[in-house]
Design a protein around this ligand. Structure first.
Ligand code: MLT
Length: 268
């Protein structure tokens, strides 16, 4: 059964989907998305897991109450677990959702049963990325979220996906275009201010899988390989013919990787 719930978390209402029965899996979306990013994964996993997918503060149906930081997103995620009555969850974070997962690990590691770090990186922003984020803040304020979505698309989907799957291009464009400007600006400020999580990697002592799209132009597969090497005992899955949003581009293969990981770490 799919339930839409709302938790009161530090001055904001955080909306989340709660679907399925079994070991808890917390899905953290990337930028500039909302919890519907995970719809295919929730539908596939619900028969054997309790899937919790929040809208990060400022996205979807969650309030855009600032200030926005990775720590605050992580505290909201812990608040959602509290609201759902879940002590520990397998945490699946995609890209910015991975940055939140690192903050969750630093602040609430006892809530993290295992980690699936997808299309993400541990490093903080370099100078060029910082410059791009400031420009994107200006663009969002001046022209709105549709303009932001247009700029994000080449990084979001692999070149082959963009050529061959117009329906997915449209769906991602729509998803990104409905992000509220306040949430977009807040997330960019949160990403700008986030610390380097590289020193945390060797401290991760829960089962971890690093998942990457072979054709991710935004976070190259070499970054995933380095992260895998730095996290003791982690495994690495590289999905062929997939870019940054590999869960949307290759839902069956992504689902199989997640399923295999879950049967290892959280047997139903
Ligand atoms: C995301 O997909 O969450 C973003 O592209 C991450 C980023 O811009 O660093």
């Amino acid at each position: 059964m799919r339930r839409e719930a709302r938790a009161a978390c530090d001055g904001a209402t955080i909306a989340y989907t709660d679907m399925g029965e079994g070991p808890a899996v917390l899905f953290l979306h990337g930028f500039p998305h909302d919890r519907t990013l995970w719809d295919a994964q929730l539908a596939a996993l619900a028969p054997r897991a309790r899937c919790l997918a929040p809208d990060l503060r400022g996205f979807g149906d969650s309030d855009a109450t600032g200030p926005f930081t990775m720590d605050r997103y992580a505290d909201d995620a812990a608040c959602v677990l509290d609201h759902a009555g879940v002590e520990r969850a397998v945490v699946v974070g995609l890209s910015m959702g991975g940055y939140v997962a690192f903050a969750l690990w630093r602040r609430h590691r006892h809530r993290v049963r295992a980690l699936a770090l997808t299309s993400t990186r541990a490093a903080a922003d370099d100078a060029a990325t910082r410059e791009k984020r400031h420009a994107l803040i200006e663009l969002a304020r001046r022209e709105g979220s549709r303009a932001v979505a247009a700029g994000q698309l080449p990084g979001a989907l692999a070149a082959a996906t963009r050529e061959e799957r117009p329906e997915l291009v449209r769906a991602v464009t729509e998803l990104q275009s409905r992000a509220p400007v306040a949430g977009i600006v807040g997330a960019l400020e949160a990403m700008l201010a986030r610390p380097d999580s590289t020193p945390d990697l060797p401290t991760i002592d829960v089962p971890t899988v690093v998942i990457a799209g072979a054709d991710d132009a935004l976070i190259r597969v070499g970054v995933a390989r380095a992260m895998h090497a730095a996290i003791p005992g982690s495994s690495l899955v590289v999905l062929d013919r997939a870019g940054h949003l590999c869960n949307l581009e290759r839902p069956a293969e992504f689902g199989a990787a997640l399923d295999q990981f879950l049967s290892r770490v959280a047997p139903a």
